[in-house]
Design a protein around this ligand. Structure first.
Ligand code: PLP
Length: 441
């Protein structure tokens, strides 16, 4: 028995010993085609020499210097580059992961309101079926019921509105646009119910990731959300920890929505898995108020702005730019959707195939007409994951798609360097896996 607390205390995962581009190799020499980047992390595959060299170089100059004493050139360069890539964003803080980035967003937002004299503003509204991290603050405000259940007494109350989830929640005969407006207007109702003077921010993933499975909002939804936030002096915080940094076809996913948030958070692909890093970006007006009042953001972590982590992230972003990888994201994303449609549209258990860029979700159902999910006890998502691993494919299936309990989906998020033939392999293997699992039920 291992002395490590693994995710499961009943079994030990396969041991990874080497990597080769988009493949991970285990101790038996078996190769796994990584079709999900772990959790949409490994955007450049696993053996990118430019990133490895940049990290090595940084380790040999300044591996780590505490941010209360020093800045580094890599840190300043990454701040300039990332803010230049994020329309409307002026300032950035670097942290060590997604939950830390969202916690920092809540605190920066609250501190802004305190220092601008709006001290009653402390409520964060989020959406059902949302996930913003596992630390207590962000777990509490989010809508991922199964992750929250045991910890409820430790969490603050959440205030949730419906997700923008067209496949299941659009009414019969309603247009996509009207559906989006109706659902966005739930935010206005919620703000009025709580009192605008008490609401600090609305937080949402621009494209929903793990909880519902690569679900973009319908056209017009985020424009209406932005209008409501402006009308009631409520900040819009977009969580792009999973869907940002090129994953959904643009550097920041909100670019395609035609709006800019007050703050946006990033992690995962920001370091592409070579280093642990997260970021909180915000508009100038927020830091301006704090600069003119207390003069400092009352927050900090030991590894904030870690020199080696930011050097790895800088090389990651530069590699994406230098190699025009966004083109590949969009082309291979379209190819993957087409391949999946041609092999899975006739499958009676594939209810929906959706997504944007190289961020694709496949929702599985017991009945395609009624959209009835499989009984949760069958643990279809777990069977998909283990069968795919047997067949040499990493994908990211999840249960509780509909309400935290029912529903199953598979998330695909291959690396931006994925080739045409590797996309064909992913579509072929995942289709066979779905067939194998659903036939055996
Ligand atoms: C949308 C979203 N927000 C926040 C997080 C939390 O990030 P981390 O696991 O790096 O703390 C995740 C992680 O899956 C995520 O998908």
């Amino acid at each position: 028995m291992s002395s490590l607390i693994h995710r499961s205390l009943l079994s030990q995962p396969t041991k990874a010993v080497a990597c080769d581009g988009v493949y991970i190799i285990d101790s038996q020499g078996k190769r796994y085609l990584d079709a999900c980047g772990g959790a949409a992390v490994s955007n450049l595959g696993h053996t990118n020499q430019a990133v490895i060299d940049a990290i090595d170089k940084q380790l040999h100059s300044v591996a780590y210097a505490h941010s209360a004493f020093f800045t580094t050139q890599a840190l300043e360069n990454l701040a300039d580059l990332l803010t230049s890539l994020a329309p409307g964003m002026d300032k950035v803080l670097f942290l060590s992961g997604g939950s830390e980035a969202n916690e920092a967003a809540l605190k920066l937002c609250r501190q802004y309101y305190v220092e601008s004299g709006e001290v009653t503003k402390s409520i964060f509204i989020a959406r059902e079926q949302s996930y913003h991290g596992n630390t207590l603050g962000v777990l509490g405000i989010g809508g991922n019921e199964w992750r929250k259940k045991a910890f409820k007494p430790l969490l603050r109350d959440s205030h949730l509105i419906s997700p923008c989830y067209e496949y299941r929640l659009k009414a019969e005969g309603e247009s996509s646009y009207d559906y989006g407006q109706r659902i966005a207007n739930e935010l206005e109702t919620k703000i009025l119910e709580l009192g605008a003077e008490n609401v600090a921010a609305f937080i949402a993933e621009t494209v929903v990731g793990a909880t519902v499975g690569a679900v973009p909002a319908v056209k017009g939804y985020f424009k209406r959300i932005r209008e409501i936030c402006d009308q009631y002096d409520v900040m819009l915080i977009l969580d792009e920890i999973m869907c940002g940094i090129g994953r959904t076809g643009s550097m920041f996913a909100y670019e395609l929505e035609g709006i800019a948030p007050d703050m946006v958070t990033s992690a995962k692909g920001l370091g592409a898995g070579y280093q642990a890093i997260g970021a909180l970006l915000c508009q100038d007006y927020i830091t301006d108020v704090i600069r003119q009042t207390s003069g400092f953001f009352q927050h900090g972590h030991t590894f904030m702005g870690h020199a080696t982590a930011v050097a790895g992230s800088l090389a990651t972003l530069q590699y994406i730019q230098d190699n025009q990888l966004m083109e590949n994201v969009n082309q291979r994303g379209k190819q993957l959707l087409n391949c999946l449609h041609s092999s899975l549209d006739s499958n009676p258990h594939v209810g929906d195939i959706r997504g944007r860029g190289l961020f694709i979700g496949i929702e599985l159902v017991a009945d395609k007409i009624t959209k009835e999910p499989f009984p949760a006890e069958l643990k279809v998502n777990k069977l998909i994951k283990s069968t795919a691993m047997e067949d040499g494919l990493m994908c990211y299936p999840m249960g509780g798609t509909i309400d935290g309990k029912q529903g199953d989906h598979i998330l695909l998020a291959p690396a931006f360097i994925i080739t045409e033939s590797q996309i064909e392999d992913i579509a072929r293997i995942i289709s066979l896996v779905i067939e194998k699992v659903t036939k055996g039920l």
